[in-house]
Design a protein around this ligand. Structure first.
Ligand code: NAP
Length: 235
């Protein structure tokens, strides 16, 4: 049997999804009291920008946007130049994920120099359309939404969290790669990078292959794991 035939994961056109997070030694992505986390240092910032430079688009949960006000941008001149030389936009498209559509126009996000899309699950009750987005897409199911993104040319997607968004994708075995920067902090508290009540798809619970481990300045450690049969390439 070929490796492709042995792969039990959903087939068809869909983007490669790489979850990119900075986590504490105890697996938290935010301090015990919550709020906008800034766990990583300068080295993590660079590997984050490398992931952004790899990506056609990023997915970011609405709560992360509400807490931080904006999304991460590529600032490195070398990474920007590399994208320009490939004929790509400076920044990946920022795709906000929301059900409520509650993304106030006053957020600095709406003044960032990038293209903004909204992936919105049907709200109950129906909400007024969120403004400030270049494209609105329905989130009826993740496989359908991801196929639609792939059809629009979004083949490499960095998932920037937070925990609820990561959990939604892990529940359907849709994460191809985990890129975690482990930061030298012990935070305690409830904010694991997957929520305590997360339900991970059985197939995604084991079998992750370590494809990179790199000590970073500042006592941080970059770790990348991939799922067997993951989409795309490893670079
Ligand atoms: N350390 C790191 O690298 C890192 C990275 C990112 C975030 N964080 C931290 O994580 C925290 C925020 O994470 P969080 O888990 O509370 O929130 P989150 O995942 O950022 O956002 C949750 C919200 O996103 C929308 N959403 C997520 N999944 C959805 C789905 N399947 N369908 C429809 N809508 C969906 C909903 O928006 P609506 O409420 O609008 O319906 C939901 O309430 C903050 O403390 C932030 O600082 C840390």
């Amino acid at each position: 049997m070929s490796p492709a035939a042995a792969d039990p994961r959903p087939s068809g056109l869909r983007p490669e999804l790489r979850l990119v997070l900075a986590v504490s030694l105890d697996g938290r992505l935010a301090p015990a009291e919550g709020g906008a986390a800034q766990l990583g240092g300068a080295a993590d910032r660079l590997v984050l920008e490398e992931a952004l430079a790899w990506a056609d688009a990023v997915l970011v949960g609405a709560e992360t946007l509400r807490r931080h006000g904006s999304t991460c941008l590529i600032h490195s001149p070398a990474l920007l130049e590399a994208r320009r030389s490939q004929g790509r936009s400076d920044q990946p498209i920022a795709i906000a994920v929301s059900r409520s559509g509650r993304l106030p126009a006053a957020l600095p996000f709406f003044r960032q120099p990038l293209e903004r899309w909204l992936l919105q699950a049907a709200p109950l009750p129906p909400a007024a359309p969120a403004e400030g987005f270049d494209r609105h897409m329905p989130l009826d199911s993740w496989p359908e939404a991801l196929a639609a993104l792939a059809a629009l040319g979004q083949r490499r997607i960095a998932v920037l969290g937070g925990a609820k968004l990561a959990a939604a994708l892990a529940a359907e075995d849709l994460l191809d790669e985990l890129q975690l920067t482990v930061c030298p902090r012990l935070l305690g508290g409830p904010h694991g990078w997957l929520p305590a009540d997360a339900r991970v798809a059985p197939a995604a619970r084991a079998g992750w292959r370590l494809v990179e481990h790199r000590a970073l300045p500042g006592d941080e450690l970059l770790l990348r794991w991939r799922r067997p049969g993951a989409q795309g390439v490893t670079s």
